[in-house]
Design a protein around this ligand. Structure first.
Ligand SMILES: [Zn+2]
Length: 136
């Protein structure tokens, strides 16, 4: 898995989540049937199913925690927040990184072209990757 291809990573993690959920469901089934077998007096088979169920569950929980951690790491390098500055008079437009204290319709330095005061018209996040949140 390459860290650069984020959309592929997202696809893989969605895929992984599905597999983890299926394994989790199967381990539940194994645990429930082990209880049934135990009640029915088949303790050896119940024991096997119990072990299988527990291992499967532990494994899927481990994978889930690991992949969530990875996604949390990815979130740390948050998208840049950008500020669009526009001159109302001549339409001169520039985009720069967000600075503390920026807000929409804030007046800034005079325009480079016509000396009219420039206005912040938009503040937005530069989205590099469309990553859907991992929903459970
Ligand atoms: Zn201007």
């Amino acid at each position: 898995m390459s860290e650069n291809s984020s959309s592929a990573t997202t696809k893989i993690s969605t895929y992984l989540t599905m597999i983890v959920l299926i394994v989790l469901a199967l381990s539940m089934v194994a645990l429930i049937s082990s209880v049934n077998l135990f009640v029915g007096g088949n303790e050896v088979a119940a024991g096997y199913l119990l072990v299988i169920g527990l291992i499967a569950m532990a494994l899927s929980l481990y994978v889930m925690v690991q992949s969530r951690k990875r996604i949390a790491d990815m979130k740390i390098e948050a998208p840049k927040v950008m500020t669009t500055i526009e001159c109302r008079k001549c339409g001169f437009k520039s985009v720069r990184e967000f600075q503390r204290g920026d807000f929409v319709f804030k007046e800034l330095d005079p325009c480079q072209k016509c000396n009219e005061k420039m206005l912040i018209t938009a503040i937005f996040k530069e989205v590099r990757e469309r990553e859907k949140p991992f929903a459970f």
